[in-house]
Design a protein around this ligand. Structure first.
Ligand SMILES: [Fe+2]
Length: 519
């Protein structure tokens, strides 16, 4: 705090924006001594590529573990540059953005006028400092043929549970972009048990707390390197806010109004730390579902299955009691009025699927979607008559509407990727007795195994081709017009930042053949 007030007192305040008591001061001078040193501790990032545009991101945070990032409460101009070369000899776009205290001094620049299917380099300048250089790329022009796309996807990167070796290998794979499927942070209080490293702040309940948690994660050099290497496209899952939340209900069914205040803080902190094209949140509301188009080759339908989902079915709790995540089947799970996406997003998805002209249609979402009956954790040798209600399994009418649309609209090559369950799972989705789509889940970047019974539960299910929950890592997909080649990339030792990665297994999905085959 002392450093901050000194820094603030020497700032040159030249422009007064706004008026009255809400006036925001802008630093117009850019002398190095006028802002705290080390503005770019959280690195840079790019995301949500279009044929002519990418989003560039940074956040000024000289003291990242301070709720205000160690910044004075004034708006700061931040210059940005986009070049075709790493040394910035050929700058093709440049401009100035404002880092405002109300958004944690984050910057989101929508750079327009770029060439399709092109690689660019970018950086920011503020307070006499220059950020790290990021590398990004634009999407191919709409409707054009694309011969090859390589993407990587990951989820579940609990800071305390391991180092981010996965990202070193992901960077070496040189993907065109990275899909992140949720659990970018974990909101829990510090846990010493099995922790390889600790974050310092308690469970966040407000904006300051979530900012500190994101800053802790984003201080990791391997995570920063992964953002520097390629554009990211992100969705979120539960832990960006609170474990197993459903719309306005947290796991403990506390007061929804109070939870929505917490959700608003969490969504804002997510926005402040991610290179997303989405408009900033309005209170607890932020639309993040969207499509990513890669020429004629692929469309990614990026979903948000948390913000709008119906309450969990088959619960016997009352307010203030923890909800149950594994239940005996009951009519709630088949209720046609229930939706895991909420009806507006579900309608958007179904309409999008009816209209897509892409060769591959990749559902980019949080979790396991293939039907998964399971045994009672208390009776692991008993019948598989239990349902996991936190996934699509808890919203089966909603899931059937999706499957029916894929089938009835003859959607070209639907394929699902997911995270959430901290396991590598490859499975075949069928509907009305016909093969429909492959589903590839996981693994987790660091988070330990979740569903301990997963392998046992799926061993005798023909739909499940592969299931391992004792390894961590990421997924890599090479997409061409004729096939998708999916590799589960596992880490030898997730507790070692220098560990090796290897192909745990690989599957090939051929054009117009909805069943995967082993590579
Ligand atoms: Fe997770």
């Amino acid at each position: 705090m002392v450093e901050r007030s000194i820094a603030a007192s020497v700032l040159t305040r030249r422009a007064l924006i706004g008026g009255g008591s809400a006036a925001i001061l802008t630093v117009a001078a850019r002398g190095a001594e006028r802002l705290p040193a080390g503005l770019f501790t959280l690195g840079v990032a790019s995301g949500d590529p279009l044929p002519d545009s990418v989003i560039l991101w940074t956040r000024l945070a000289p003291q990242p573990l301070d709720a205000a990032g160690g910044m004075p409460p004034i708006a700061v101009p931040v210059r940005w540059q986009v070049a075709t070369d790493e040394r910035f000899a050929h700058i093709v776009r440049a401009g100035e953005a404002r880092a405002e205290p109300r958004w944690g001094h984050s910057v989101h620049v929508d750079v327009r006028g770029l060439r399709p299917a092109s690689r660019y380099f970018y950086r920011f300048l503020a307070g006499g400092e220059t950020s790290a250089v990021g590398r990004t790329r634009t999407a191919p022009a709409a409707g054009t043929p694309v011969e090859r796309l390589r993407l990587a996807y990951g989820s579940c990167q609990k800071y305390e549970s391991g180092f981010y070796a996965a990202y070193r290998h992901l960077v070496a794979d040189d993907p065109d972009f990275v899909l992140f499927l949720g659990d970018y942070i974990y909101e829990g209080a510090p846990t010493a048990k099995d922790a390889v490293r600790l974050h310092r702040n308690p469970e966040p309940m407000d904006l300051g707390g979530y900012r500190v948690r994101y800053a802790t994660y984003k201080s990791d050099p391997l995570l920063q390197a992964a953002h520097h290497a390629a554009p990211w496209v992100l969705t979120w899952d539960d832990h960006e806010v609170a474990n197993d939340y459903a719309a306005a209900l947290d796991q403990n069914n506390t007061d929804p109004a109070a939870f929505l205040l917490r959700r608003a803080a969490a969504y804002q902190a997510w926005y402040e730390h991610q290179p997303v094209r989405a408009a900033p949140p309005l209170g607890p509301a932020m639309r993040i579902y969207h499509t990513l188009d890669w020429g004629r080759l692929a469309q990614f339908q990026v979903l948000d299955d948390r913000q709008y989902r119906s309450p969990r079915g088959c619960q016997t709790h009352v307010r203030g009691e923890m909800s149950v995540s594994v239940v005996k089947d009951c009519p709630d799970l088949h209720d046609p009025k229930a939706s895991i996406l909420g009806m507006p997003q579900e309608k958007w998805l179904l309409d999008t699927l009816s209209g897509t002209k892409a060769r591959w249609n990749i559902l980019t979402q949080q979790t396991q979607i293939t039907p998964y009956p399971r045994r009672d954790p208390a009776h692991p040798d008993g019948p598989a008559d239990m349902q996991t209600v936190d996934t699509w399994q808890g919203y089966q009418a909603s899931r059937n509407r999706l499957f029916a649309r894929w089938q009835d609209a003859s959607v070209s090559n639907p394929l699902v990727i997911g995270g959430d369950i901290h396991a590598f799972v490859a499975s075949d989705i069928s509907y009305r007795g016909k093969a429909l789509a492959p589903c590839f889940v996981g693994g987790s970047i660091t988070t330990q195994a979740g569903d301990k019974l997963l392998v046992q539960n799926t061993a005798d299910l023909p739909a499940y081709r592969f299931a391992r929950n004792d390894v961590r890592g990421y997924g890599r997909i090479d997409v061409t017009p004729t096939q998708c080649d999916v590799a589960f990339r596992a880490l030898r030792n997730p507790l070692d930042a220098r560990t090796e990665a290897y192909d745990l297994t690989r599957y090939v999905v051929e054009d117009r053949r909805p069943r995967m085959r082993a590579a």
